[in-house]
Design a protein around this ligand. Sequence first.
Ligand code: COA
Length: 193
Amino acid sequence: MISTIKTELQGERVLLTPLQIENIYTHFAWNNDPELNMLDSELPFVEESFGDFKRRFEGLLFHPSMNSQDFEIHDEEGKLIGVVEISDISDHNRHCSVSLTIGDRAYWGKGYGRDAMQVILDYCFGVLKMHRLTAEAFEYNDAWKRLVEGMGFHEEGTIRDFVFREGRYWDKHLYALLDTDYSSMGRMPGPTD
Ligand SMILES: CC(C)(COP(=O)(O)OP(=O)(O)OC[C@H]1O[C@@H](n2cnc3c(N)ncnc32)[C@H](O)[C@@H]1OP(=O)(O)O)[C@@H](O)C(=O)NCCC(=O)NCCS
């Protein structure tokens, strides 16, 4: 199992922390937001009761999976603005998948997503020693596609007609970034970073 060496990760503006039980109502609101669901989940939107959500959330906090890690994203004032999930961590193959949601719309398009992504890439490559990170984006999610492409991810393929939304099918784009790509961009954190 890969252990979390640092539990708090500092970016230029954001601070990533473990999930905190006192923030459950904010997470619950984002979980039941149909627009966020469309952007970051392939599952059709179904409103979840607070009791069901609480059981799932407590599971993430108190019985975390060995192959995923979740973080909260906080702004400069400490306000919770989003979440990051590192999932499908394979210790042997040194790969994992990354997804990120700025849940608070007031923070969209202001650079917080990019800052949080930079932190998580440094963590995955520099601390978890991953070789390969993957990200997936639905065809209609321009902000996420632009973010991962801007961070140097390569598009490796397209899954055609993967999700059915608003009366039609949409593709899913598959992206990956290798540690060697990251190094060649001069972004690999040093041992003291
Ligand atoms: C996708 C998301 C993480 C991007 O974070 P953000 O803080 O809004 O984006 P940033 O301000 O850091 O900008 C990152 C890039 O996206 C571009 N961008 C931001 N919003 C955009 C939009 N609505 N349309 C097109 N491009 C957009 C920015 O211009 C920037 O690219 P650039 O540096 O080449 O100019 C955020 O909008 C979000 O959480 N959305 C809802 C959930 C989601 O879609 N999650 C991703 C799938 S898991």
